[in-house]
Write a protein that binds this ligand. Structure first.
Ligand SMILES: *Cc1c(COP(=O)(O)O)cnc(C)c1O
Length: 465
């Protein structure tokens, strides 16, 4: 295939996409194929000779759709959403065609400058103060790793990169048990170690206990350890836990700890003023991550890391070999210096299209609907004698158990979840909460309607039957 044939084949692909969206509601949400079934449809050896595009696309149509779990299905209520608003998809198609590697300002000034403006638009949309700058990363995991590395370098007087950690005291990082596993992984990768990620107990609302945090820090100092940072969460992955930030940030300030707030999912809701009390105090964090690819509507991948003083992270990760030097270094931003990977895609374009095509009001109204409909479903299930709400909704997430008389709730819930996902009309996933197997429900797909959420009630109660 040649570049000059692009329109022909992209039109062919577009016709498939149109049909895909027109029929999506009738497809099972979770893929129904068995392990190995898709791989078995591919030849085991690579072709020596060129295949024509018609055959390639026909094979795609034959083989791939069956093995897709439809994250853009309006009745996807599993995990957290991973959205792709149509306007953002169009931008992503343009990004694909431009295919620039945007590591330096010079390697595509538009990518860097639009990224800076989009970060600032979102900063304003969430009412964070002006000193916050930021960078677009591929995932919250990468942003969190960047923050943990920054904690490490700051606590070692910026000697860790040069000397390694063998001569250091044990660096200690604090979080609650409600944070995402990406915090643990960042501590593995950064050389901090799982044993030095201290999980602080929580109160009845699953918020980190400030007194326990202070005690842990004091005990660590007494033992000669080096407290380095505090990781907080707004909207933890399991049940949506939100730390009460101000008392924890006050301790971090007094103890000189760098702070990172993981709001990967819930951050998108902070474009709505009425939800901001959930992260009151966020403006005092050093680093905040949220994923527009989760709930805002931007195609995967798009994760925003806001930084109150970006120089600390640039000092941690800004490596400037001579082959990357460019003129104008004083006036421009080279975003590769803010992140672990050097190469970077033009991710800001999809935010520009997204925010303009729907406006902040359009994006807010979707999030508000998801929250309201989730609460409506929660109330209906609460009123049903065979169901128990195990954690109340936080934004658009609650958990429940199937608790029929005489049954074991864990087993009954696990069996019901399997029946639901084999049925295919909706898709839900589970978590382990306080040792119990609970089913999570979260609404957030861009085209999800109230009917879709109410269908979940019908499917859940019918299959519990
Ligand atoms: C989804 C999620 C993550 C991980 O996000 P990635 O972008 O996939 O790395 C981290 N933290 C929270 C709270 C999440 O919900």
């Amino acid at each position: 295939m040649k570049y000059s044939d692009y329109a022909k084949w992209t039109n062919r692909a577009t016709r498939w996409i149109e049909d895909h969206f027109a029929t999506l509601r009738d497809k099972p949400v979770r893929a129904q194929t068995k392990p190995g079934e898709i791989a078995a449809r591919l030849p085991t050896h690579p072709p020596e000779h060129a295949t024509d595009m018609e055959t390639i696309i026909a094979d795609f149509e034959q083989i791939v759709p069956d093995g897709i779990t439809h994250w853009q299905h309006p009745r996807f209520f599993a995990y957290f959403p991973s959205n792709a608003a149509p306007a953002s998809m169009i931008a992503e198609q343009l990004t694909n065609a431009i295919a620039s590697q945007c590591m330096l300002w010079q390697t595509s000034p538009a990518a860097t400058e639009i990224e800076e403006v989009m970060i600032d638009w979102l900063r304003q949309a969430m009412d964070l103060p002006a000193p916050f700058k930021g960078v677009i990363q591929d995932s919250a995991s990468s942003a969190t790793l960047s923050a943990i590395l920054t904690m490490r370098e700051r606590a070692t007087g910026f000697t860790g990169n040069d000397q390694g950690l063998s001569a250091q005291g044990r660096l200690r990082i604090y979080c609650s048990a409600q944070v995402h596993s990406s915090i643990d992984k960042a501590c593995w990768v950064a050389g901090i170690g799982q044993d030095n990620l201290v999980k602080i107990p929580t109160n009845a609302d699953y918020q980190m206990d400030p007194k326990a945090l202070q005690e842990a820090i004091s005990a660590d100092r007494a033992a000669g350890h080096v407290p380095a940072g505090l990781v907080l969460c707004t909207g933890g992955t399991s049940i949506g836990a939100c730390d009460d930030l101000p008392p924890l940030l006050a301790i971090a300030k007094a103890e000189d700890l760098y702070t990172h707030l993981d709001a990967a999912w819930a951050g998108s809701a902070m474009i709505c003023p009425e939800f901001r009390p959930l992260w009151a105090g966020a403006e005092d964090c050093d680093s905040i991550v949220f994923n527009p690819h989760k709930w805002l509507g931007a195609n995967f991948d798009c994760s925003i890391q806001f930084l109150r003083d970006a120089d600390i992270q640039r000092r941690t990760m800004g490596l400037r070999p001579s082959y990357l030097e460019t003129p104008q270094a004083q006036e421009i931003t080279n975003f590769n210096e803010w992140t672990v990977p050097l190469g970077r895609r033009f991710r800001a374009l999809k935010l520009w299209f997204l925010i303009r095509a729907y406006g902040l009001e359009g994006l807010r109204s979707r999030i508000r609907n998801h929250v309201a409909w989730t609460k409506e479903l929660e109330a209906k299930l609460r009123a049903h004698p065979d169901f128990t709400i195990t954690t109340d909704s936080r934004l658009a997430l609650f958990t429940f158990q199937y608790t029929p008389k005489g049954g074991d709730p864990d087993q009954a819930s696990a069996d019901l979840l399997q029946r639901i996902n084999d049925d295919g009309r909706i898709y839900l996933t589970q978590t382990l909460h306080e040792g119990q197997y609970v089913i999570r429900f979260t609404a957030g797909q861009f085209d999800c309607t109230r009917d879709d959420v109410m269908t979940a009630y019908d499917v859940i109660t019918e299959l519990a039957g």
